[in-house]
Write a protein that binds this ligand. Structure first.
Ligand code: C2E
Ligand code: MG
Ligand code: MG
Ligand code: MG
Length: 279
């Protein structure tokens, strides 16, 4: 009986997995022409300082508008682009586009995500140097976000590249902090400028005492180490008050703004500055 049930469950599961594999295969195929077909664009999400409620900059987030499927989530297509290697040219497009957009804004930072695969490709440091020069963006205004998966394999080589990037004058932050299994050890290997607390902790502050303790602990860790801490995914005033009380230095989340297209960045800056005058 158990066996029969097990088989049934297996058969039920199989078509779903097949469908997933088919979809992945199709996306893999379609990604190959996407850059040339101009199907990518960036959106920008504001980052706000907690002590002064000052807008400090934006994070650039990649969007893919598929010709028939519409918007595909980066959570879905970035792993595929990492697997087929396309993240290298796509990531270069992201960096160059983000830097040139940011060059026309007031003096604020632009944060750009780097994939671990980009670290393994040759010439990352030269590419960053050239993107900055071409955009005329001062290196101090660029912040590169890496996750611990970038540091996992071949961490010596990666740390060396991080030092070279830092040598250019750019800032480096550790993204999605707390979700990996060895986040803490990386704080000893490289002097990150910022720790970004994963939004899965911030999003569950209301129901999880563990999340409360974890956010509190990461914020204190940041303050002891003299590293800035950004709480990601702040959506409510309760979350905002809590992370401020913990000592986080900046926030990024729907509470202050959803990611917006480049054309709306000017308006977002005005709105946030107006809110700040009132607050
Ligand atoms: P991430 O770098 O941790 O980016 C933050 C994600 O949290 C973004 O999702 C953002 O839209 C979302 N978010 C921000 N505030 C809130 C909030 O208050 N509530 C909720 N529910 N979500 C919020 P997005 O844009 O879907 O990106 C997902 C992930 O995809 C990013 O996580 C990053 O790991 C990756 N990604 C995005 N753009 C790029 C890129 O250009 N290059 C690479 N390598 N990865 C990218
Ligand atoms: Mg990020
Ligand atoms: Mg993150
Ligand atoms: Mg993430």
């Amino acid at each position: 009986q158990a066996k029969a049930k097990g088989r049934g469950a297996y058969q039920l599961f199989e078509p779903e997995m097949e469908e997933q594999a088919r979809s992945r295969h199709a996306l893999d195929h379609d990604l190959r022409g996407a850059l040339e077909a101009n199907e990518f664009h960036l959106v920008f999400q504001p980052q706000v300082r907690l002590d002064t409620t000052e807008l400090t900059g934006f994070e650039a987030l990649l969007r893919w508008k598929h010709p028939t499927r519409g918007l595909v989530s980066p959570a879905e297509f970035i792993p595929i682009a990492e697997e087929n290697g396309l993240i290298v040219p796509i990531g270069e497009w992201v960096l160059r586009t983000a830097c040139s957009s940011a060059a026309s804004w007031p003096d604020m930072t632009i944060a750009v995500n780097l994939s671990p695969v980009q670290f393994r490709s040759r010439g990352l440091v030269a590419m960053v140097t050239s993107a900055l020069a071409e955009a005329g963006l001062p290196p101090q205004r660029l912040e590169l976000e890496v996750t611990e998966t970038a540091l996992l394999d071949d961490s010596e080589a990666t740390i060396e590249i991080l030092h070279q990037l830092r040598g250019l004058g750019v800032r480096v932050s550790l993204d999605d902090f707390g979700v990996g299994y060895s986040s803490l050890s990386y704080l000893r290997k490289f002097p990150f400028d910022r720790i970004k607390i994963d939004r899965s902790f911030v999003g569950t502050l209301g129901e999880s005492p563990e999340s409360v303790a974890i956010v509190r602990t990461i914020a204190s860790l940041g303050s002891v180490l003299g590293v800035e801490t950004t709480a990601e995914g702040v959506e409510t005033i309760e979350q905002l008050d809590f992370v401020r009380e913990c000592g986080c230095t900046t926030v990024q989340g729907y509470y202050f703004g959803r990611p917006c297209p480049a054309a709306e960045v000017g308006r977002t800056i005005e709105t946030l500055n107006a809110v700040r005058r009132v607050a």
